[in-house]
Design a binder for this molecule. Structure first.
Ligand code: PMP
Length: 459
């Protein structure tokens, strides 16, 4: 049998198994059960992925904005192998420590802004956000503030799908799924700088964080959580002064600021953390994805000395933790991932490649009247598609502009991601691995260019 025949047979077999036995996340289950998987990945190298049909795809969003070092990195694989060969798993419960987990905690502490010097590990982003809410509330409890329980999050924010993280997520379709509720989480309107600075006459004031604090009472609020740049909500960069205003508002009201750095953290925006773009220091940072470039499941919460030292004075058992909190293999991969990020100057490289991406967006904006709001910070980028940007007229829903464009890109072997969860919203995200080179960014732009041309014939 030739190699191709083998692959075809394997593709058929795996597609059928997957179709019948696997419910996929963020996927249409009926479509999947009726049609099977969209593709079956076989291997990856750098910014490229290969499927069982032998197609080569450019991974234009680093899969789920996480494969920052690109695919097929042998150094990360070897770090996992070495750790697994020595001690594959060691619990962090009951005060048990191991080298990789301890060293990674110190490394993360050295990279986070300000005095966020203490880390609690989890296995991913949602767990990290749930943990941050608990630790924030626990801190206030230890300080004698028994009622500081509420969490304020932003509409369009994405914080994950565990019960509390789901409720903090401000995208309705996720937030309301399956009726899972945490009544202590309130969604605020996003990115209203003047309101957060205290302008009560602003037409949008009602529903701002400032107004919610006023209504609910700071004595009932533990924390505000937000992404430095909203990712899954459609790559929204906050307006000038916004994060600084929120930082000030939280400080003045004795409320923690939690920055969800699950996407931004570890170099994605051309700084080690998203917060570094605005020189603000949150009270807690949640991280995941980029810490291992997706090679192993790891997340965590970094907290200030004030929070860390207060919790460290609690003289009882801390009743929180995951079996895989600080998994040694994940931590060994995390350490190697950060070592490579630093050794190869990849955070600075993200700034340079981000500039190439920005120029590409500018070029497309000049060429297509419906391409608009091209934006990026480092290699976290996105753009909007609108019927008429000048008149602020969106595409009719039937056009499915973002989905159609992303499909055109898929047919040209580029994987990028559409967002259209609100009426009139047609946003596309572009966030390739940080190791991408100039000619590869240009290749992505060229494919989007061709796909926009195809789209213009359909609209
Ligand atoms: N926060 C942000 C900003 C995210 O983008 C995500 C995942 N896309 C999460 C939290 C949840 O992370 P996880 O899927 O690892 O639970």
């Amino acid at each position: 049998m030739t190699k191709n025949t083998t692959n075809e047979t394997l593709l058929k077999e795996l597609s059928e198994i997957d179709r019948l036995h696997h419910i996929h996340p963020s996927t249409n289950p009926k479509f999947h059960r009726d049609n099977g998987p969209k593709l079956v990945f076989k291997e990856g190298k750098g910014i490229y992925l290969y499927d069982l049909k032998g197609e080569e795809y450019i991974d234009g969003v680093s899969m789920l904005w996480n494969v920052n070092l690109g695919h097929g990195n042998k150094e990360l694989a070897e770090a996992a192998y070495e750790q697994m060969s020595s001690i594959a798993y060691a619990s962090a419960f009951y005060g048990y420590a191991n080298e990789s987990t301890a060293r990674l905690a110190k490394k993360v502490a050295s990279l986070t802004p300000g005095d966020l010097n203490t880390v609690f590990f989890t296995s991913g982003g949602s767990e990290s956000n749930d943990t941050a809410f608990k630790l924030s509330r626990f801190y206030w409890e230890l300080k004698g503030y028994k009622n500081k329980k509420k969490i304020i999050s932003l509409r369009r924010g994405y914080h994950g799908v565990t019960v509390a993280a789901q409720r903090a997520t401000g995208i309705e379709v996720y937030r309301n799924f399956s009726g899972s509720l945490d009544p202590n989480i309130v969604n605020a309107k996003p990115h209203l700088t003047e309101c957060e600075q205290g302008d009560k006459n602003h037409p949008e004031y009602e529903g701002s964080i400032h107004s919610i604090i006023e209504k609910e009472g700071a004595e009932n609020i533990a924390a505000v959580i937000m992404e430095p740049i909203q990712g899954a909500g459609g790559v929204h960069i906050p307006p000038e002064g916004y994060l600084e205003a929120v930082r000030k508002l939280c400080s003045e009201n004795n409320i923690h600021l939690i920055l969800d750095e699950v996407i931004c953290g570890f170099g994605r925006t051309g700084k080690m953390f998203g917060a570094d773009n605005w020189n603000i220091v949150p009270d807690l940072i949640t991280f995941a994805k980029g810490i291992t470039s997706g090679y192993s499941q790891l997340g965590g919460v970094a907290m200030t000395d004030e929070i860390g030292n207060t919790i460290a004075q609690y003289d009882g058992m801390l009743p929180h933790g995951f079996t895989y909190s600080g998994h040694p293999t994940a931590c060994a991969v995390g350490l190697k991932n950060i070592e490579i990020l630093e050794r190869d100057n990849l955070v600075q490289h993200a700034v340079e490649m981000g500039e190439v991406l920005r120029q590409g967006f500018e070029y497309l904006e000049g060429k297509y009247s419906f391409f608009t709001k091209g934006r990026n910070v480092g290699l976290l980028g996105g753009f909007d598609l609108m019927r008429s940007p000048e008149e602020n007229i969106p595409f009719e829903e039937s056009v499915k502009a973002a989905v159609t464009l992303v499909d055109e890109c898929f047919q040209r072997n580029l994987l990028i991601r559409p967002f259209d969860f609100e009426p009139g919203m047609n946003i596309v995200a572009v966030a390739p691995p940080l190791i991408i080179e100039k000619d590869e960014v240009e290749k992505i732009i060229a494919i989007i260019d061709d796909s926009l041309k195809a789209l213009s014939n359909k609209i």
